[in-house]
Every structure is written in structure tokens, then in C-alpha cells.
Ligand binder design. Sequence first.
Ligand code: NAP
Length: 677
Amino acid sequence: VGDSPAPESSTQPEAMEEEEPLFSNLDLFLFTLIAGLIIYWFMSRKKAEPIPEFKKLDQPSPSTRETSFIEKMKKTGRNIVVFYGSQTGTGEEFANRLSKDAQRYGMKGMAADPEEYDMCELSRLAEIDNSLAIFCMATYGEGDPTDNAQDFYDWLQESDGELNGVNYTVFALGNKTYEHYNAMGAYVDKRLEELGAKRVFDLGMGDDDGNLEEDFVTWREQFWPAMCEHFGVEASGEDSSIRQYELKEHNDINMNKVYTGEFGCLKSFETQKPPFDAKNPFLAPVIVNRKLNKAGNRHLMHLEVDITGSKIRYESGDHVAVYPTNDTAIVNKLGQILGVDLDTVISLNNLDEESNKKHPFPCPTTYRTALTHYLDIIHPPRTNVLYELAQYATDPKDQENMRKMASSAPEGKALYQSFVLEDNRNILAILEDLPSLRPPIDHLCELLPRLQARYYSIASSSKVHPNSIHICAVVVEYTTKTGRLTKGVATTWLKNKLVADNGHKSTVPMYIRKSQFRLPFKASNPVIMVGPGTGIAPFMGFIQERGWLKEQGKEVGETVLYFGCRHKNEDYLYQEDLEEAEKTGVITKLNVAFSRDQEQKVYVQHLLRTNKEDLWRQIHTDNAHIYICGDARNMARDVQTAFYEIAEELGGMTRTQATDYIKKLMTKGRYSQDVWS
Ligand code: NAP
């Protein structure tokens, strides 16, 4: 996700400029005068009668309405609230684990989505004895808050409220390969202190590039004893597992009332109603699905989905989110190994009746649907899952190892690192390799995290393709250390979305996530795009849009692309389209780095250095906007270094000055990144 602010006018309807005014100024004046006289006559005809006040009895007063976490805490005897800013579910998971932990220490916690509560009430937390607010805050994209924490972030920025007497601590979730590592967590930690709240435990820093789970476990193991001391509570730390949901099997249920993979409303996939968003995705038919690479053993693909009639709008640079489903073979194997009938209809009901979350996933449903559509069965499970499942291992050694992996003891951490993470064991592989472990499937379903939507940078422009969205992706496939072939959930599922599947249209549940990766407001500004591999995706949209602007007779500045791939004859994605765009002058300079066509690697940053004079003029004199898309871990960093070097050499700067120079471009929205790791 890029840094640049979205040009407001880009969302203005194009036709507005051309329209003839319907009324002249005189018409408008007369109209206003007459309307004013009529209103005056009505108002003065009778003295305003007192309007009888009807009080809705079922309408809770502001202090007791659902959005008051304070009232809820008071009503249910809770003293700890764990707020989460979560985009992919991990922050929420950590918050649930912390709120559950509280019970072990004789306290009572609740996990809470800041979007669902009135965060202005934070100052009232001091009304509750021994109270504490924990914040599990993920950073998204380029230092941004997650969607559900956006309002809270805005409130924090604007608030000058007094948070005296409010105890808090923050655990930040992020990834070190990104420029603004844990920016959101650090901001919340700092800002709460500025507003007068009391930090009762140090900010935790979780790095998903290293081992986020380990960072969390370590922080939490130090956090709870410190809290017990703070509140003068006995740190008993009872080891028993606590179930959050109770199983109900439905033997005689009307199947029309059973969820079959939809989110939010029952049957929302059959009766589709806009607006479409994360909770109400649109089922978009796949209209194109083709392989992009000419050779090689990978599968790079171009997909187009149809959004006709959905009222969905997008801009070049936005992301499309899709909800994938798990591989049927893995779901079946899980059913077999646990010896259950996957078609049993069940509900998992929250034992805490006050909780906003009644079920871990839409219920009633079948185990098959839950494991196919709602639960993540592919990522290696987190340590709390192993800890809770340990009780079902009949071999004491397995039980001991599973508990050890969940502790912060060095031996346990090492075991989790090698057995689960490095060997990349998903839950099925763990069950296969620990034959004594056969947990009840309902407890497993309670513990597994939700299957998350996957985001792709949109590879089309809505100016050229208002009714379709294009995706460019590479199918992920690798063999783990234990010899298991592992396939990426979403990309494998997308690959199998054939245009016509036995006469049926294949569909993809999707919605749009707005981004700030935007073309310059002024088309005459030069644009430098750097996108090797599938990083080309948003630039296909940008190129289409620049071409369209040109056709509209707009003055369009230089449009320079730096693309990179392995071999010219293998994975030169969109070669024909790109060469055609250069021929017609839409791309003013097409630079392609073929990394493996010669002995020495040639990467996009090498070509940037070759063209340094041109680049410096475009950036320094002509106000070019720079865009980077693709791998965050190495490519984006190496490309940024190349820009530093160019600024040093041609701008006569020191490295510190060059770094500042690029940072300034970032804040001005002239150096934007849409990168992933
Ligand atoms: P790719 O085909 O693997 O790479 C594209 C080109 O970039 C190749 O020529 C490659 O060269 C080159 N390259 C490698 N390291 C580089 C560096 N440090 N600087 C500049 N160029 C470099 O690209 P891809 O398949 O699109 O994937 C790119 C990366 O993004 C991969 O790491 C992939 O796992 C990741 N990815 C992530 C997601 C996600 O959503 N998380 C989605 C797609 C891709 P050589 O290979 O010859 O060194």
C-alpha cells in the first residue's frame, strides 16, 4: 500500500464537466425566493405546536447501549479489556488469548473490536477497580492503522481528553521488512501516555518476519506476573484448558437454515444485495483465466472477474480481496483421521452469553463447511492451539512436547521453531506425525483461526474496464522439509477457477479495499514504475489509465516502466501489451531486466543505475512520482538503496541527505510502495 494521498478529484464523475446547467441563475433565484416564502407562510401560520416526545422504550440510553464497553464490563464484572487492531486476524487472536488468560489469574477479561465500541469512553475505565486496557495493535501497509482501528486512530490524534487513572499496555504486531515497523503500536503506546494514561507494562514488539508467535509468548509470560504483582493478585496461573464454546449437534434441522460458506447473512450468496464489502462479498464470475508464462515450471496467471451490476467501483492501485476455500482433499483427510462425519450439522455457541461474538464462525453449519470455508487449516498452528490440544495426546511424551512448545523455555521455543515452523507442519501434518493425538473435532474447530481474505493489487484501470477487475498472480507451490507438497490456498483455488466449469460459471467472493497507491493528480507529471515479477500488477492498471488519459486528449507526462523477470522467453509477463504500449507512446521507456539470461544477475535496480541521469532529471526537475511494487524483503529495499545512490551521485548529497530526500518524497506522496513479504 502506497503512501501517496489519493487525489480527491479522481473520484469525481467525469461527465460533470460537460453538462449544460439545467437552470439559469435567475431561475434559481426565483425558485429560492418562492420556496422561502412558502416556508415562511407555513411557519408563521400557527405558532409552533409542541411536538409530543415519544420515547422509544426499547432504545437503550447512550450510557447503556451496546457500544459502551464500560457498562458491559461493569455488568459482567470484568476488569480487563483487550482491544485489537487487526487486519488478518492475528491481532484479534492475540487479544482473545490475553482475555482468556485473565481468567487463569483470577481476573476477568474481554476482547473488543474498537470499531464496535465508543472509544471516547476510555477515560471512564478508571471507574472500574483494578482495571486495565490492553491494545494488540497491528500495523498495516506503510505504517497505517488496520481498517477496524482507523476511527480509534483518528480519535487518538484529535483527542485532548484526560486519561488519568487509565492503566494500559500495548503489544504491537508488524513486520520488520516494512519501512514503518510497528508504527501503529508505537504510536498508541506513546499517545496514550501523552493523554495521561499510565503504562503498566512495556510495549511489546512482534515481528512477523522473525517469529511473531515467539515474540508474543515471551512478552505475555513476563506481562502476567508483572500484572499480578501490580494488582496484588496471586499468580496461580492454573494450567487447565478453558473452553469458550459449547457444541450443539443439530440432528433434525431445516437445511435452509444452515450456512454453506457465506458470511454475514444466511443465503447472502443466493440473494446478492449491494453494497458489497468484507462482510458481504460479491460473487464475481470469472470471465478470463489464462497462463501468462510461456515456459518454466511455475504457473503465473491472469484472471478477470466480472463486476457488472454489482455497483462496485474501483480505482487503479486499489486491492481486490478474495475469500478462498481450502483444498477438499485436506478437509476429507482431517475428517478421516479424526473419525468424524463431516456432514454433521453443528453450532458452537459462546459460553459467555454477554459476548458480542456468539459463534467462532457462522453457525449452524457442518464441519465440512467450517473446515472448507471458515477455518485456516494450512498455516502452521500457533502455540496456544498446541497447548490446548495437548490434553488429548495419549502418549505422555507428545503431551509434554506440545506443552513445552507453548512455553517460553528455550528448549520449547526451539522445538516449536523446528517441528512446526521450519518443517512447515499444518494441523493435518501434526495429527499424522503424532498418532497419539486425536482431539475432538469441535475443540479443534474452536481453536483454529479464521481463514482470511487474500489481497491482490488490481491489474486493470476502471476507466478502461469499469465492469471487470484483473488479477495477476503466481501459483504458490513448494515441498516442505518433511517431503509434503504444499500448495498456496488462494492461488491454487484461483488457478482452478475455470471460466466454464461443467456449464456453471465459476465465481469468486470478492470486495475492494481502497489504497493510497495512486497515479499523480496531474497527468503531466512523469511516472516511474518499478515492478518486477507479479509486481507488474498495479502498473498494468496505471498504463491502461495513462493510455486512456492520452486518448481523452490530456497532456500525459513521461511513463517509464522497470520490469524484471527470469528469462525473456519464459516469464516476460504481458510482453505483447507492454511492447504495444511502448509503440503507441503510452509507455515512453520500457526497461526490462532479465535476471537469468546471462551469467551475472541483472535486476531492475541495475537498470535504474544505468539510467541515473534521466531518472535524476525526472525526479529532481520534473516532479516525477515513483512507484515500487513487489517483494518487500529484498527487492523494495535494494531499489530504495539504488535511489539513495542516485541522489548521492547526481544530487551531490551525503547518504543521510539522500535518505532524507527520499523520505520527503514519501511524505509528499511521490514515492509510494505496494509491497508484500
Ligand atoms: P519472481 O519471478 O520470483 O521475481 C521477479 C524478478 O525479480 C526475477 O527476475 C528475480 O530474479 C528478480 N529479483 C530477485 N531478487 C531481487 C532483488 N533483490 N531485487 C530486484 N529483483 C530481484 O517474482 P514473483 O514470482 O512475482 O514473486 C516476487 C516475490 O514476491 C516472491 O518472493 C514471492 O514469494 C512474493 N510474492 C508474495 C505474494 C504475497 O501476496 N505475499 C504474492 C506474490 C509474490 P532471480 O529470481 O533470478 O533472482
